[in-house]
Design a protein around this ligand. Structure first.
Ligand code: NDP
Ligand code: MG
Length: 328
């Protein structure tokens, strides 16, 4: 694995370039401000009348509409939600591109699945922080950064790799390390991670464990603390010291119980489902489902959101987080 740090990256390649960050949400705000603070020439491209326009302006950013921003920029870094990128690209970006420009992303989704097709005389790169925008900004201000991924899909000008790395350095990512990957690998592993563990797997695990305790007659407050609240403490230990560090810090009873019982929770059937989830991603089935869902106006997502908000653990959790001062 090739990892680049600050000393390996020269931002001089961006000295005469203008970067248009399209979008000023989670990633757009963090990345555009970090790059501007790093001395790069940054403008922000937004739809007029949208709610982030005033915010970007108040933060001291140079704001213009997406067409104008594309026009003045050499690099167009697209940081709006993945499911609307293709439409915005066709309408407001593609007609204003000039030969040798660079299109950049923080997620390979639209390029990998073919929803965005970029002309051959344009570079296509990715620079993707491995964490939410708020962390990208916070760690940058603290003098550090979070790790990032970079990839080149199309290299017209011959220096696309240098451009991507320099943008990553401007975002603060080279302080923690920028790992080189491909659009395919980033997209497929990112989707799998969020479905199997980070967003899907972990909430389902908490939900099932909470329900087991409450159905057995235990107080929901205790059930919440045991199956959800304390998870953060354990994840922090794994994050900082690995499994072995975590096992060291918990009691021997917890270590014996965890090690001897965990394979009854994640069974060979679960493992098989993970393989199938990955296959759906690799074969484009997930992307097709998500595209159809968007076309239909998000009927399934809306229903699932409603069911999720009705969960007992959500009501219980909100009450307890307020008591602990975690939530207002
Ligand atoms: P956000 O949802 O935070 O983006 C919001 C921005 O998109 C706002 O400025 C909004 O403008 C603009 N926007 C929304 N709809 C439209 C539209 N129809 N036309 C024009 N602009 C629109 O996105 P994220 O920052 O979460 O994601 C951006 C990219 O970064 C994605 O590719 C994502 O996969 C990737 N990424 C995200 C991570 C994260 O933690 N969120 C982590 C790593 C990568 P307005 O105010 O006008 O509505
Ligand atoms: Mg991700």
């Amino acid at each position: 694995m090739n990892i680049c740090y600050e000393k390996d990256v020269d931002t001089q390649v961006l000295a005469d370039k203008t970067i248009a960050v399209i979008g000023y949400g989670s990633q757009g705000m963090a990345q555009s401000r970090n790059m501007a603070d790093s001395g790069l020439n940054v403008v922000v491209g937004l739809r007029e009348g949208g709610k982030s326009w005033q915010k970007a302006h108040d933060d001291g950013m140079k704001v213009m509409n997406i067409e104008e921003a594309t026009n003045v920029a050499d690099i167009i870094h697209i940081l709006i939600p993945d499911e609307i990128q293709a439409g915005v690209f066709e309408q407001s970006i593609k007609p204003y591109l000039k030969e040798g420009n660079t299109i950049s992303f923080s997620h390979g989704y639209n390029i990998h699945f073919g929803y965005i097709k970029v002309p051959k005389n344009i570079n296509v790169i990715m620079i993707a922080p491995k964490g939410p925008g708020a962390m990208v900004r916070k760690t940058y201000l603290e003098g550090f950064g979070i790790p990032g991924l970079m990839a080149v899909e199309q290299d017209f000008s011959g220096n696309s790799r240098e451009l991507a790395l320099a943008m990553g350095k401007g975002c603060g990512l080279a302080r923690a390390g920028i790992l080189e990957t491909t659009f395919q690998e980033e997209t497929e592993t990112d989707l799998f991670g969020e479905q199997a563990v980070l967003c899907g797997g972990v909430t389902e695990l908490i939900k099932a464990a909470f329900k087991t305790l409450v159905d057995a007659g235990y107080q929901p407050e205790l059930a919440y603390f045991e199956t959800c609240h304390e998870l953060k403490l354990i994840v922090d230990l794994i994050y900082e010291k690995g499994f072995s560090g975590m096992w060291n810090d918990v009691s021997n009873t917890a270590e014996f119980g965890g090690l001897s019982r965990r394979s009854r929770i994640i069974t060979s059937e679960t493992q098989q489902q993970m393989v199938e989830i990955l296959t759906d991603i690799q074969e484009g089935k997930f992307a097709k489902d998500w595209a159809l869902e968007n076309q239909a106006g998000l009927p399934m997502l809306k229903r699932l959101r409603e069911i999720e908000s009705e969960l007992k653990i959500e009501k219980e959790g909100s009450k307890l987080r307020k008591l602990c001062g975690l939530e207002k």
